[in-house]
Design a protein around this ligand. Sequence first.
Ligand code: AMP
Ligand code: MG
Length: 501
Amino acid sequence: MPASSFRFDNTYARDLPGFYAPWQPASVPSPSLLFLNRDLALELGLAADELDGPEGAAIFAGNQVPEGAEPLAQAYAGHQFGGFSPQLGDGRALLLGEVTDRLGRRRDLMLKGSGRTPFSRGGDGKAAVGPMLREVLIGEAMHALGIPTTRALAVAGTGELVARERPLPGAVLTRVAASHLRVGTFEFFSARRDTDRVRQLAEYAIARHDPDLAGTPGRYLALFQRVAQRQAALVAQWMNVGFIHGVMNTDNVAISGETIDYGPCAFLEAYDPDAVFSSIDQGGRYAYSNQPPVTRWNLARLAEALLPLIAEQDTEAAVSTAVGQATEVIDAFPQWYAAALLAGQREKLGLRSGDDEADRALAADWLTLLQEHRVDFTLGWRRLADAAGGDEGPLRALFPDPQAPGAWLARWRSRAENEGGTALGWTVRAAGMRRVSPVVIARNHRVEEALSAASDHGDLAPFRRLLSALQRPYDETPDQAGYTEPARAEVTACYRTFCGT
Ligand code: AMP
Ligand code: MG
């Protein structure tokens, strides 16, 4: 029986009473399995064959709680678009519990769209097919790009309609995460001046994500630094693939360093640092190029929550020392980010170590070139790899004037040829560049097309085809051709993503 193939061990439920509300998923009329991630099921040690049927559908729709699960809604707060909401929490999600995967890693299993909870406020606790399949597509795309992310294990249709701008078919997503600890989880207890619980949470986070820090003096500051470093690395990876999260509220920032909560996210098409696609982000707070500074701002909110722990004593002197220490970390963030970004850009440029300032300028000038000529970000990088392989034609063809990149290309070639040590040959360099610059990303128009076929017509074929293309983002085979091209500029200019809540 598949229900028993989950071997739950629920530390959150066990160790953190008072941090959640035990709760049961709502029953739905007619569960059906729309998607099962067999690779991930295998990774989790689950019996994929047994889950791929009616019993799996019942589990993933929330109708059958698997043995050993202890469903609960987690409490959290969050800064949303800069303003603090002291009480958010799982309004339409439930943590089922934790399992240990085949590599020994503890992973959360969470239902999303499983009905109202004590944290639902005005919401219905439900989710629609489109946004849940979107989370599958983007999450799997990020995973295939080597970017830390939560992943979708399954999506079940519920057989009911959910009331949105128009009625939409409902679904429940099963999400797998290193944990669901967020900056906002710390803020929840810090806002209530409950320092004991902030400490309990920090100890839990350390045990789970940074066990080498357990019991060490100064561990709370060290935890903060680790979170900041993970975020620096993560956001640098986002920037190097042109990913725009869309809603970087502190409740959507995971302590683990995984990308979490795929709502109104999108990938860049023509390179534009100001790009913002989210319909609710009218001020552009979470625009592409704002992501690094916003991350730093979010980290400062975490520092505030951790401050009483970092200070250890409630004296003015101790607190002021702690503020200084936390500020040092926050001030180091831009350098960590810049180093991670440059390391990624160097790989994409086919370069190895060199003069940081010169290489930063080389990368910045490349991006300016893409921006000035409205060149597609993904294809620009990919065709640069082709140029390294000996054919500049496809790259030049991306520019309205094929002469436009000439001077920059000459500069890049001479920089590459002047690498110290054992210089890479151009063929090797091109192959390396193709391994870090994808040819297939989740193009907005392709995502929308797949989701509307699924949601409006119950046709999952386009979703499955797109998913399979996204799982091989670096492969430029003939069957990938339909997924490599950008939308027309007019389409992208009008493109808006919605939260789907
Ligand atoms: P999100 O924008 O998905 O990060 O969600 C922000 C907050 O709104 C979280 O507390 C969610 O649980 C809650 N929320 C989002 N959608 C719903 C819904 N349909 N019903 C209840 N709560 C929701
Ligand atoms: Mg959220």
